[in-house]
Design a protein around this ligand. Structure first.
Ligand SMILES: Cc1cc2nc3c(=O)[nH]c(=O)nc-3n(C[C@H](O)[C@H](O)[C@H](O)COP(=O)(O)OP(=O)(O)OC[C@H]3O[C@@H](n4cnc5c(N)ncnc54)[C@H](O)[C@@H]3O)c2cc1C
Length: 337
């Protein structure tokens, strides 16, 4: 069903970031949280989707909590271009005036959201790890601030929309409801859309990981204390034996021992495993902010006073590399038995 609507409504919008849909669930997680927030301020939840042949995603968003979906579907939008997507979002927001606009803190969201906030002269809280509604009906956006040394609760009292990017894994998506019905607002491509200055020549999909680190039951996280890329590789060997995923701290990613997608922390993923192994990690707040929901933490560090050791349920004072090799040997022995 296609309906055109002109009257602005009180609504919470979630940007439909459907690229890498099956791995990246942040849009669905935001729709779920938006439904809870919307109940408190009596608003509706809408997804905003730009692209070409996006019917499938529109349906998915409705099944996961979107009551309305604003769609701009045109071949021109097949490849993401920041200029065109920002211009489209700005136009729609000026027209329909949502109260709140939520975007996943993906690479894409981090590029897209600040530009929209600037054009609309509204505030934006980046990398939120919590969203609430306060007694005045304002969105309280919780985010690590001042290099992660403080967790700040930020509101946008005057400007609209209240905008936030939210870290993947912060909220849980709603179960898929095939019977859900949503209103589809089909918006034509505006005539004055700016031409993209960047042309996509070629794109290639990375092979998917076995499982997403955000969903993994066991995560093995390594820090600078692993000492070298070669020693860090042992963590992958251990992960294969345990059926775990490997995470890393920022210095490890900066040293290119692993890809950015392994980064756990304020600038990376939030994880909630049943068991978290932490090898040679100091426990800086920018890292630990993303591991609070781990059920059992086992830390190995040569410094018994490291913050990570204080946070751990089991703290083992040892050389991380040597401990890791010994554990792999023991695991192999038990598999053979
Ligand atoms: C804005 C901002 C965002 C950030 N975002 C993130 C983020 O998302 N994720 C993140 O991780 N960091 C982030 N950081 C960086 C963060 O502040 C820390 O610098 C980082 O987490 C430290 O990583 P590390 O524990 O691996 O290294 P270090 O702090 O160097 O700690 C190494 C640890 O290993 C131990 N060690 C050394 N040798 C051994 C050994 N042989 N055996 C056992 N233990 C040993 C040491 O005792 C120490 O505790 C951010 C910083 C800023 C300013």
């Amino acid at each position: 069903m296609k309906v055109t609507m002109n009257k602005p409504e009180r609504s919470i919008w979630v940007f439909g970031d459907y690229r890498n849909y099956f791995q990246n669930r942040v849009t669905l997680q935001l729709l779920a949280r938006a439904r809870e927030l919307a109940a408190e301020i009596k608003a509706e939840v809408a997804a905003v989707v730009f692209g070409s042949r996006v019917d499938e995603y529109v349906g998915e968003y409705v099944a996961h909590g979107a009551q309305t979906v604003y769609v701009v579907d045109d071949p021109v939008l097949r490849d993401y271009s920041v200029e065109t997507y920002v211009a489209l979002a700005e136009g729609l927001i000026r027209r329909y005036r949502p109260e709140i606009f939520l975007i996943g803190a993906t690479d894409f969201g981090r590029e897209f959201a600040p530009r929209i906030a600037k054009r609309l002269e509204t505030g934006l809280t980046a990398d939120c790890i919590g969203l609430e509604i306060n007694a005045d009906g304002l969105l309280v956006q919780t985010a690590p601030s001042f290099g992660g040394n403080l967790i700040a609760a930020i509101i946008t009292p005057e400007k609209r929309p209240q905008m936030a990017t939210v870290r993947p894994g912060t909220f849980k998506e709603l179960p898929h409801d095939a019977a859900a019905v949503g209103r589809i607002v089909s918006v034509p491509l505006p005539d004055d859309l700016p031409r993209a200055r960047v042309r996509l020549v070629h794109s290639e999909r990375k092979p998917p990981r076995e499982q997403r680190i955000e969903d993994a039951g066991i995560v093995i996280c390594g820090g600078r204390g692993m000492g070298s890329r070669a020693r860090f590789k042992k963590l992958f060997e251990m992960a294969r034996i345990m059926g775990a995923e490997v995470g890393a701290t920022r210095p490890v990613v900066h040293s290119r021992w692993v890809d950015h997608e392994c980064l756990v922390g304020q600038a990376g993923k939030t994880i909630r495993p049943q068991i978290l192994f932490s090898f040679g990690v100091s426990g800086a707040i920018q890292h630990t902010a993303a591991i609070h929901d781990a059920e059992l933490i086992i830390a190995v560090n040569k410094n018994p006073n490291a913050a990570m050791m204080k946070m751990a349920d089991v703290a083992i004072v040892a050389d991380a590399g040597q401990f890791c090799s010994a554990l792999i040997r023991e695991l192999r022995r038990r598999i053979r038995e």
